[in-house]
Write a protein that binds this ligand. Structure first.
Ligand SMILES: [Zn+2]
Length: 75
């Protein structure tokens, strides 16, 4: 019997997003929500975003959440 795999969190800092689904692609290029350069990619909210920009924003949000938690500002 193979060992059971543990469920890993969907969003880990430094991990790459999986945008292989066609749902992350659109015909029209729109300005990226993070850097404003045109892209045909869409994030989980269907907003225009480069994959690398979304990964960077996710990592920055995670770091900010950790910093806020460590400073005791979260209830
Ligand atoms: Zn971008």
């Amino acid at each position: 019997m193979p060992p059971r795999r543990r469920n890993e969190p969907a969003a880990r800092s430094g991990a790459l997003l999986d945008w292989t689904s066609s749902a992350h692609w659109a015909q029209a290029a729109l300005p990226c929500r993070y850097c404003a350069h045109p892209t045909q990619l869409r994030d989980e909210e269907r907003k225009a975003a480069h994959k690398s920009c979304a990964e960077k924003a996710r990592d920055q949000a995670a770091e900010a959440a950790v910093a806020t938690y460590e400073n005791g500002e979260v209830l």
